[in-house]
Design a protein around this ligand. Structure first.
Ligand code: GDP
Length: 457
């Protein structure tokens, strides 16, 4: 029996209800949802910090924490106990040991925050890439230890690359955790030195000063994460907000519930009977049970049999929700990860050639015309070619520096044309932020990221 049949589906389209009003009615009194990506150099302390934050907020079962504490003590590596919270193997999750942390979510006074691609210990870097495309805001973690900040920030470090990456994908707000301050005796000079360097860099890549907040903290000791600091030395010079309050004060992004419906599929699985399910984030609009939808780029139609968020049946889901839809009237093999579900009366664009404004980093060989790369667009991974170098731009002002450059090296901003071997579903960034962001990778390394500015055909 389909549980959602019992739910009252608001007849939004039949009765021409105002979506914004329905949304307010359904969600108005709830907390706002925020998606946060955690970035930073390897070993900056991302896992430890997020694990500790989740523990201190009571998101992790006491019994599990006790187990980690004992196991890590046995190994003589007690400092690992928090990182383990985010480092569960699939097997342990299947056994239900960490059910309580499986979702990596926590709440502030006004928000429910989902950590995208929670920094699992080893494979955090490749994972970060897919999460960044959905992020509303970023938490940048840097290691304040003498020498370590410099390693992460200077050539070859990931601090700059990650900062540039999230900014070129349209993320505009960032909290910087100046972490491991315990290793420098909570030195204000060290904090200020790091702040000065990062401020200049973040400004240069396009973050506004007012959208960047620096928080001195220690993930390991838990200092200044979820409550005011207690370390005498730190209190002597810092009376700002703790990390949790800084996250609470992020401006919530608007949820475009009034725009045409779009969902990009990140998973497909079998349901009961002949039906099957797709899941993904609703980028824009809303979806109700019974709706007819179009699956693009193939433009096949299907009917929504039921909807759920975290296995709880829903009558309607809105932009910003990570939802699962059971579909009928379409064959499972005709639907792929990376496809976009949309409103048939106002479908998503389908094209195999487009222009994007990108920022280039990490290339060992400069990008030239005909350069083959791998396009990442939400969950879609597709081989493409950089078919034209249209212009090179001033990174800060966007003004054209050079038309038809011969090549693009590191740290350049440019407009390029991209050719895909088959049509894909996409949108202009100006129309739909989420479906207008792209990343280009070569051999597993992100070499450019940017925004779709023109759809050609
Ligand atoms: P990640 O690679 O960014 O996820 O970093 P981890 O969380 O794995 O931490 C890397 C190392 O730094 C581990 O040995 C941690 O125990 C240590 N560490 C993390 N946070 C702190 C901190 O606040 N203070 C100190 N002293 N060590 C830390």
């Amino acid at each position: 029996v389909d549980a959602s049949e019992d739910l009252k589906t608001p007849k939004i389209r039949e009765n021409k209800l105002d979506v914004q009003q329905v949304y307010q009615k359904e969600r108005g009194d709830g907390k706002e949802h925020l998606y946060m990506v955690v970035i930073g150099h390897v070993d900056a302390g991302k896992s430890t910090l997020m694990g500790r934050l989740l523990c201190d907020l009571g998101q992790v079962n006491q019994r599990i924490m006790h187990k980690y504490e004992q196991e890590s003590r046995k190994l003589g590596k007690q400092s690992f106990m928090y990182a383990w919270v985010l480092d569960e193997t699939g097997e342990e999750r299947n056994r239900g040991i960490t059910m309580d942390v499986g979702r990596f979510q926590f709440e502030t006074d006004t928000k429910i925050v989902t950590i995208l691609d929670a920094p699992g210990h080893k494979d955090f870097i490749p994972n970060m890439i897919s999460g960044a495309g959905q992020a509303d805001v970023a938490l940048l973690v840097v290691d304040a230890t003498r020498g370590e900040f410099e390693t992460g920030f200077d050539a070859g470090g990931q601090t700059r690359e990650h900062g540039l990456l999230v900014r070129s994908l349209g993320v505009s707000q960032v909290a910087v955790a100046v972490n491991k301050l315990d290793t420098v005796a909570w030195s204000q000079e060290r904090f200020n030195e790091i702040v000065a360097k990062l401020k200049a860099f973040l400004k240069q890549v396009g973050f506004k000063d007012t959208d960047v907040t620096f928080v001195p903290c220690s993930g390991l000791t838990g200092q200044n994460l979820v409550s005011k600091p207690t370390e005498t030395e730190l209190i002597s010079w810092y009376d700002g907000s703790c990390l949790l309050d800084v996250i609470d004060k992020f401006r919530s992004p608007e949820r475009p519930v009034n725009k045409p419906f779009r969902l990009s599929i990140d998973d497909i699985f079998k349901g009961t009977g002949t039906a099957f399910c797709v899941s993904g984030r609703i980028e824009t609009g809303c979806l109700t049970v019974g709706d007819k939808i179009l699956v693009c780029p193939n433009r096949e139609s299907a009917i929504v049999k039921s909807l759920a968020i975290d296995e709880a049946p829903q009558a309607v889901v809105f932009a910003g929700d990570q939802a699962t839809a059971t579909l009928s009237g379409i064959e499972m093999q005709n639907v792929s990860v990376g496809n976009v579900l949309c409103d048939p009366t106002s479908p998503v664009q389908v094209a195999s050639q487009f222009q994007a404004r990108i920022v280039v980093f990490n290339v060992t060989v400069p990008i030239t015309k005909g350069f083959p790369v791998v396009l990442h667009h939400q969950s879609l991974v597709e081989p493409v070619v950089v078919s034209k170098l249209i212009s090179q731009l001033n990174k800060s002002t966007g003004e054209v520096l050079k038309k038809h450059p011969r090549f693009l090296g590191n740290n350049t901003s440019a407009i390029v044309e991209i050719k895909v071997s088959r049509p894909i579903a996409l949108e202009l960034y100006s129309e739909c932020k989420e479906l207008g962001r792209v990343m280009l990778r070569v051999g597993g390394v992100t070499i450019a990221a940017g925004l779709i500015t023109k759809i050609i055909l």
